[in-house]
Design a binder for this molecule. Sequence first.
Ligand code: IMP
Length: 431
Amino acid sequence: MPLHIIVGAQWGDEGKGRIVDYLASSADYVARFNGGDNAGHTVTIGDHIFKLHLVPSGIIHPQTIAILGNGMVVNPRSLLEEIDTLRQAGVEVTPQRLHLSFGAHLITPAHQALDAALEDARGKGKLGTTGRGIGPAYTDKAARRGLRLGDMLRDDFLTRLGEHILESNLTLGLLGAPELDPSPILDAFRHYVEQLRPYIADTSAELDAALAAGKTVLAEGAQGTLLDIEHGTYPFVTSSFTTAPGALTGLGLGLHTAHGARVIGVAKSFQTRVGSGPFPTEVFGPEAERLRGTGANPWDEFGTTTGRPRRVGWIDTVLLRYAVRLNGLTELVLTKLDILTGLEKLYLCTAYRVGGEVVDTPPFGCNLYACEPVYEELPGWQKDVHAARRWDDLPAEARAYVRRIEEITGIPVRHVSVGPEREQMAGKNNT
Ligand code: IMP
């Protein structure tokens, strides 16, 4: 039963999209299990740069079926726009190739308005959300008053949507935000229902049957381990299960399907974070500008969804080990190794100093504010790595850096990415 689960091992934006793209060439299904259009996956193929927020990036391969799982929250407007963009780029998106779980929850304009109003109300304690309505949509789900994609097939859908807007207006009023007029929203959703109806399916049963028949399913996580609602740097997290076990609940798969699964963690060769929250290895000033880039290149560290400059820092192996444990990672893929070329020295955080003590695991609750990083220093390399395709093509210092990460995390690094193009990957052993 070949289930492969791909998750972010840090705070999101690790480059999962292109790894999924790389592995999807031999997959039958690519399935997203969490989050919504807060995610931004960039895949570069020739002159085309695909920025996908909802549809799994593996759809670009013609043999795959793409699934949006029940663990997701879906803004139908964004989804239809994305389908259009993909079609314009020549990707076939039909109800035969894209299946939406009836259990996924809808994001409405009320959720987006609430996201903005709640952030305003937090003042200095802002979470720095993407403003896509993610938190309020999951709040409605947990409060058992959410609207699901399957509800769009019911005769009373528009009535329930109208009630949801009026109820949300009460909260918006309390927050001092303008209330929404239900009428244009209902008109827009009438159109969304017609457009999306043919795509809605029982994706849980479909995936279970596919796995039983020996098909390959790539479960694609959005965001990263440290943004997980349970195990991340709460409250500076997203509202979904971003870790590998979330692939099972978020796709409606039983534990039997996970037996022997490959669980691939994608980590950047350094570390980034968007939005608020602790970041022990964060760097500032010229050091940060060097890692972030200027924004002139699409791969510089500016948010795919929001355009915000990302916070940057050195790789934190205390948190990587935490990600190995929580996800049950079987292997790592390290991205953006090329960005480190030219640096004299590289720093790996291997432990924290907390209140006079040195620890090598995150303190209780992943509360990292009091953690001062303890660094190991390694020599950098000067030779350009963009053309490396095999492990042996990498400079000795780059190999030593990767090996040290393997030693500390206890799992193999199967691939490193050395540039933004699809083929710019160096594999250790090509499994
Ligand atoms: P939300 O998911 O929009 O509610 O945002 C909650 C936190 O997660 C904020 O700090 C966001 O910046 C962060 N976040 C959400 N989605 C992503 C992502 O795809 N990459 C990186 N950070 C994200």
